[in-house]
Design a binder for this molecule. Sequence first.
Ligand SMILES: [Zn+2]
Length: 260
Amino acid sequence: MSMATLLAAKSTIVAVWFLCFFAAERLVRAAAPPEGSVARLLRNGAMWLLILAASPFIVAPLTAWGVNHVVWTRPESLSSDMLGAAGLIVSLISLDLWTYWLHRAYHRVPAMWRLHEIHHRDEFLDTTSAVRFHLGEVILSALLRLIPIALLATPISTVIIFEALVLCAAIFHHSNLRIPPNFEGPLSRLIVTPSIHWVHHHALKADTDSNYATVLSLWDPMFRSKSPAKRSPEMKIGVEGVEDKGFFRLMLMPFRKADL
Ligand SMILES: [Zn+2]
């Protein structure tokens, strides 16, 4: 499959996935949205637009440079990047593990939290929360991702498949879609579901600093970061003790000394 075809497939799959969940979570809601939710949607949408506009000029060239500067060459048995091949599976699981630890770092390192906090300031969760990130976090993540790309000698096609997987996973686990517990329960043993990730957005520091996994749900129990809390539709979403702000204030917030 050519790179252009893979990129087009990624964009199409993510766009269709997003639209399906965006519509479904409005038809079958888990929690009632707060007042002023249109302003919130516009704010989250503006952050996504900024990322979409900047990524081809920053994230894509960085990644392209990274895959050409790997530290070793994969043996033939792990070189295939076709679906179902061992190389792809090993890479996707490894990148998911990397994303888990990177997410923990965003919560533990104060300078990184200043960027990641913008994502957590959202006071409600739905599909748009999955694309609400400070551009600085997206760029820093792409830069740091060069480490596992180099160490694993990751092919560019695998990185693109992983990006699609992460976006689809994030749209799903941030969504406000009501899912039958007898379906979500078994599913959450394998992948991160809204019942797991909404606890990560609970406006209570102990819960915010837990449940870091993105795709596979095993990392939190494995590394002892799973919160015992159960999600409830009434739980307050956001960052404990602070409020959400307007788009421009959020964009400037990581670079200002005083908290706004
Ligand atoms: Zn987080």
